[in-house]
Design a binder for this molecule. Structure first.
Ligand code: FE2
Length: 144
């Protein structure tokens, strides 16, 4: 797999997680937990919105056009879309598990970048792993 192909997989999963986190921001309900979770999800989807821009623009720096339709993202993403029937606790567990899954996707892409001696892409992927590691901590620590 090329660096840009692996970045497209990273982009699709990040975009799906962005939409899913915003979905949960809109649909979370849970009595006294509501405001805290509503705001936590907003903080996270805002970070993801900035990340998708950085990832897509890295693909453009390497050359190819960026596949950027909902259909493109759904086809390339491994993460599952949000489920509004989940309780607030289930949403937290779902998003916590997604952080671990996307870190694995990022590690795979990092291996490709490393083998291609593309240090700039590899460094960006490390930054994304750091962000998702922190998000996993926030979500896991918020589970009752
Ligand atoms: Fe909002």
């Amino acid at each position: 797999m090329s660096v840009t192909d692996s970045l497209q997989v990273v982009l699709a999963n990040t975009y799906l997680l962005y939409l899913k986190t915003q979905n949960y921001h809109w649909n979370v309900a849970g009595g006294s937990f509501f405001i805290g979770l509503h705001e936590l999800f907003e903080k996270q989807y805002t970070e993801l919105a900035e990340a998708v821009d950085v990832i897509a623009e890295r693909i453009r720096q390497l050359g190819p056009k960026v596949p950027a339709t909902f259909a493109d993202f759904a086809k390339a993403a491994e993460l599952k879309e949000g489920d509004v029937s989940k309780t607030s606790q289930q949403m937290l567990a779902d998003l916590a598990a997604d952080q671990d899954k996307i870190i694995q996707v990022l590690k795979n892409a990092w291996d490709v970048a490393d083998k291609s001696q593309d240090e700039v892409t590899a460094d960006m992927l490390i930054e994304r792993m750091e962000a998702h590691s922190k998000a996993a901590w926030f979500y896991k620590s918020s589970i009752e």
